[in-house]
Write a protein that binds this ligand. Structure first.
Ligand code: F6P
Length: 550
């Protein structure tokens, strides 16, 4: 379908030049780069609509970026960007278009897919969501006892959970004061049991969110919710208390939810890219239509920047290329994400799914094996808490861990001094990681220490520095800046996938475990036959479970 010849990008001359460049510059110290260039921050930072990206604390020079941009051209990045934007079926293994960007287009736009304009459909669903959310938020959507809804429970997993959960948490300053939105994802019964224990069925609304409407975790939770509800309400009341978000209308109906209470989306929206679709319903319930629209507009602003800015001034492209610089040419295997914002504390989990489910692939988009490393392990935790947990390793461990710091300049919550302390900590960490602490600096702090003790302490108090990071500063966490931030990471992941030659939009790797779980489930029953095909470990574990269950 598309040109396959770029798959072996590691055999391209520019790949070799990047290796050479890495060898030639690997002893370069960022501290010195800052000392010799007073304009480094200005040179290596970008601003867009209340979002600042500072990428100056990286082991890069102008030449590094030139070579990385050559690599992007070698992979035909501009061509792939246009293919995605136009709705070509770039998700080749599932023969699907990839059009989450269409979900954030304004009503006046148009985008033809197979001759059909998708924008009116997108806005029609948004309007249905708006009418529904206005009723629930306004207290006109009544439960079976005639009381308004007070609690919403989203039942979904993966992309049908993490995106809306992060956005709802991040925008809590905009939330309806009397409507609580909860998220239940895990099939571990304690998740739903503990959530329902706080709720009243008469005032609770369930959103069953599943693109496929076949995901066992979600369907089991939905059945448990229905059973809990039916202890109080009747079958005829289900319509007031259960709505669905899905692409699978027959399955929604089979579950017992009228499709009149279903909000649809399309196969060209990947699960981990779906918060912008009806999967965002719990967000709209929490913050209302206007804020949700601003969230979409923020993402659209980032899309416009991504599709139109030159590669050398393009935030997602630069983040992606710098990520590849470390991942591929420095063999850094992980990438840490630290939001200095309590509302964004689950952002690392969302980006982890986005990145690792998209780019955790070992073959190219047409199936050819890749003989280089692809997506990194993404991890992270909110600051300042993480400083007191794993930052020791970042500062003095043996590994290179590129970091992203994300921090708002203003808080919604007053306590101005606390916010300043938070920001100061964030800036201090990236500075400390970059500059390190030299022998002379340590000695100056230990002026009168006797020789032997000094010999022992000095190496322990040294910080090698030269640890790279990006800082993304938001003026404030608003729906607009949050939309920009999430779209920034989506496009970053896409760019990396294009350069490595992989399809970032399928996820075959999650299927096998599901298949085996279906097989093992009946075998947990002591009366069932236990096939000899299991290895001794799996067999031993199954037998242990059976024994415990008598
Ligand atoms: O884990 C695989 C996956 O398909 C994710 O990609 C997806 O977000 C999640 O399961 C949930 O899928 P669904 O929305 O179809 O229930």
């Amino acid at each position: 379908m598309f040109d396959d010849s770029k798959i072996g990008i590691n055999h391209s001359p520019v790949w070799a030049r990047l290796h050479q460049h890495q060898r030639a510059t690997r002893f370069m110290q960022m501290r010195e780069l800052f000392q010799t260039d007073a304009q480094r921050f200005q040179r290596f930072s970008l601003q867009l609509d209340g979002l600042l990206l500072d990428y100056s604390k990286n082991r890069i020079t102008e030449r590094t970026l030139e070579l990385l941009i050559d690599l992007a051209y070698e992979a035909d990045l501009p061509g792939w960007m246009q293919r995605m934007r136009r709705g070509e079926r770039i998700n080749v293994s599932e023969r699907r278009s990839v059009l989450h960007t269409a979900l954030r287009l304004p009503q006046s736009a148009s985008l033809l897919l197979d001759g059909q304009d998708v924008v009116p459909e997108v806005h029609a669903v948004l309007q249905r969501m708006r009418v529904f959310c206005d009723k629930v938020r306004g207290g006109q959507w009544l439960g079976y006892t005639g009381q308004p809804i007070r609690d919403v429970v989203n039942l979904g997993i993966g992309g049908s959970d993490l995106g809306p959960l992060v956005v709802k948490e991040a925008l809590s300053a905009y939330a309806h004061p009397e409507l609580n939105v909860h998220f239940v994802s895990n099939v571990d019964g304690q998740h739903i049991a503990r959530t329902l224990a706080q709720l009243d069925p008469a005032t609770t609304l369930f959103v069953v969110a599943s693109k496929s409407f076949t995901t066992p975790e979600t369907l089991l939770n939905a059945e448990a919710a229905k059973a809990w509800f039916l202890q109080a309400g009747s079958q005829g009341d289900i319509a007031r208390h259960f709505v669905a978000v899905s692409t699978n209308a027959p399955a929604v109906q089979a579950f017992g939810i009228d499709t009149e209470h279903m909000f649809g989306f399309w196969d060209w929206v990947g699960g981990r890219y779906s918060v912008w679709s009806a999967i965002g319903l719990p967000v709209m319930l929490a913050v209302g239509y206007d804020s949700f629209r601003q969230f979409l507009d923020g993402a659209h602003a980032m899309d416009e920047h991504f599709f139109h800015a030159p590669l050398a001034q393009n935030m997602p492209v630069l983040l992606a290329l710098i990520g590849i610089w470390y991942n591929t040419f420095y063999q850094a295997h992980t990438h840490a994400i630290m939001p200095y914002d309590h509302g964004l504390r689950r952002l690392p989990a969302h980006i982890q799914q986005l990145d690792m489910e998209s780019n955790g692939k070992r073959v190219g988009r047409f199936g050819a094996p890749l003989d280089f490393d692809t997506g990194p392990v993404i991890w992270g935790e909110e600051g300042a808490n993480s400083q007191h947990a794993f930052f020791q390793l970042l500062h003095q461990g043996t590994r290179l861990v590129p970091c992203d710091f994300i921090v708002p300049m203003n808080s919604h919550y007053g306590l101005e001094q606390q916010h300043r302390v938070l920001v100061a900590n964030c800036f201090a960490q990236s500075e400390a990681l970059m500059r390190g602490k030299s022998e002379a600096e340590v000695m100056a702090e230990l002026p009168d220490m006797p020789g032997e003790e000094l010999d022992m302490l000095l190496p322990q108090k040294l910080f090698p520095g030269n640890q790279p990071s990006n800082t993304i500063a938001l003026d404030k966490v608003t729906p607009h800046t949050l939309g920009m931030l999430l779209a920034l990471y989506e496009h970053k992941v896409f760019v990396q996938g294009v350069i490595w030659g992989i399809n970032s939009f399928d996820q075959w790797g999650v299927e096998y475990g599901k298949q085996l779980a279906r097989r093992i489930l009946p075998e947990l029953d002591a009366a069932a036959a236990l096939p000899v095909t299991h290895d001794s470990s799996t067999r031993g574990l199954i037998e242990y479970f059976r024994k415990i269950h008598g």
